[in-house]
Design a protein around this ligand. Structure first.
Ligand code: SPD
Length: 279
């Protein structure tokens, strides 16, 4: 007998994984949580029936949500991550040399607990003494800060239920205020294949604020809807193409599996359909 898990990405399209073993299935105060061991993609974290991350392709998402911003900022020291309780984004941030403190604001303690237990390679830096974990709603949390962070990363779930507010103008406004003068905000912004309307809305919401640069970028993630994913970088001062110090990226003292200088330059050059959607 074969066990399969399917994420229904739309009403007419699903992505199925053949399951070796179901490691955890439960419910927290906020959501259904499962960790499934799959034949093709290793362990899979599923929240409310949606794939959040897999051992095999997580590096693409976590490197791309982190390094473009941390190499665009000149001296990133204080970072806030909202969501991202699996720890993949934190693992990538902690590779950077200047980091003083990272606050991880995750609403659901069970995501952190389950990731530590079943996804050790992804959650490996969650115990780092420079990482402070707070279990709060990111929307309220960010509104209590002013001029405090160099980089804010929104590693959210999809815009359904409590995460919906993480895609709205008022939240972005609070992030803008919580950033320092050279601050950068990065948000995961869903699939250009399926969610162009949402991407347009995010673009409008961010452009109403005083960021001097708002640029979307993209990457290939086989287990996410459409196989193509996007992020948006909104920056108060530095442009991710014009202002990067190429040597810093070329001579970085840590390993990445996806991100490099060529990738950094390529990902901000959008395919035509994506570019047109933003015009
Ligand atoms: N449809 C999947 C969207 C998931 C985005 N967040 C993933 C969190 C991984 N740290």
């Amino acid at each position: 007998m074969h066990l399969w898990y399917t994420e229904y990405q739309t009403d007419n399209m699903g992505l199925s994984f053949k399951i070796k073993e179901s490691l955890f299935v439960g419910r927290s105060k906020y959501q259904d949580i499962a960790v499934l061991d799959t034949f093709e993609f290793g362990r899979l974290l599923v929240l409310d029936g949606l794939v959040m991350t897999t051992e095999r392709d997580e590096f693409i998402y976590h490197e791309l949500i982190t390094h473009p911003a941390l190499f665009t900022h000149r001296f990133p020291q204080n970072i806030l991550v909202i969501g991202g309780g699996d720890g993949g984004t934190i693992r990538e941030i902690m590779k950077h040399e200047y980091i003083k403190e990272v606050i991880l604001c995750e609403i659901d303690p069970m995501v952190v607990e389950i990731s530590k237990r079943y996804l050790p390679n992804i959650s490996s830096e969650l115990e780092n003494p420079k990482v402070k974990i707070v279990y709060k709603d990111g929307i309220n949390f960010v509104s209590s800060f002013h001029n405090s962070f160099d980089v804010i990363i929104i590693d959210s779930t999809d815009p359904i239920g409590p995460a919906k507010g993480l895609f709205e103008h008022s939240f972005y406004n609070d992030c803008f205020n919580a950033l320092k003068d050279e601050g950068i905000l990065v948000c995961q912004s869903e699939s250009p294949i399926y969610h162009l309307d949402l991407i347009r809305e995010i673009n409008r919401n961010l452009k109403r604020l005083d960021f001097s640069i708002v640029k979307f970028y993209y990457g290939v993630i086989p287990t996410y809807p459409g196989g193509m994913w996007s992020w948006v970088l909104a920056s108060k001062k530095f442009d991710p193409l014009e202002d990067i110090k190429e040597e810093r990226i070329k001579d970085k003292r840590f390993l990445t599996k996806y991100y490099n200088l060529g990738v950094h330059k390529a990902i901000f050059n959008l395919p035509s359909f994506f570019k047109r959607a933003l015009d």
